[in-house]
Design a protein around this ligand. Structure first.
Ligand code: AMP
Length: 143
């Protein structure tokens, strides 16, 4: 299965924030939308960074309550690893495992077209495995 198929079922909307949005604002959006990460975009819409709940915990641990007033640009991860719509589930599972992160923006021709979380990967990988099992049972039953 490729990422394009996952985006077709889950949709392409991605929660984004700007460099100057505060960590407090970002935490509110993550909580409100029940998501784990937000992509930080520049004026041209280019992906400049990502902030996940893990970054917010680190900032609060390091700076205490002052972390909430800090701008996104100070807390975000800048070297964002991304995939394309043509990437496979196996490829992105490897990227997430090697990079130790659970979110992967999908970029096509420089534009942000979706985001895949570890939850999406597990859901679709499980469905894929179940399909294979059903097919194998079919082969066995028909001899
Ligand atoms: P996560 O597991 O997604 O909550 O993220 C764990 C750490 O990896 C945080 O510091 C994130 O900013 C960072 N991170 C999350 N997704 C990515 C990504 N696609 N590329 C690079 N870093 C990421």
């Amino acid at each position: 299965m490729i990422i394009e198929q996952i985006l077709k079922s889950k949709g392409r909307s991605v929660m984004t924030a700007r460099h100057n949005d505060s960590i407090h604002e970002i935490a509110s959006r993550l909580s409100h939308r029940k998501i784990g990460a937000i992509v930080i975009v520049g004026d041209n819409g280019k992906v400049d960074g990502i902030i996940s709940e893990r970054d917010i915990i680190r900032l609060v641990a390091e700076h205490g309550a002052q972390a909430l007033a800090m701008p996104a640009s100070e807390g975000m991860t800048r070297n964002v690893v991304s995939c394309s719509s043509a990437s496979t589930i196996d490829e992105i599972m490897e990227m997430m495992t090697n990079g130790r992160f659970r979110h992967l923006p999908v970029i096509e021709d420089g534009a942000l077209v979706g985001i895949i979380s570890i939850g999406d990967v597990v859901k679709h990988h499980t469905a894929e495995v179940e399909l294979e099992v059903t097919a194998m049972r079919g082969y066995l039953a028909t001899g």
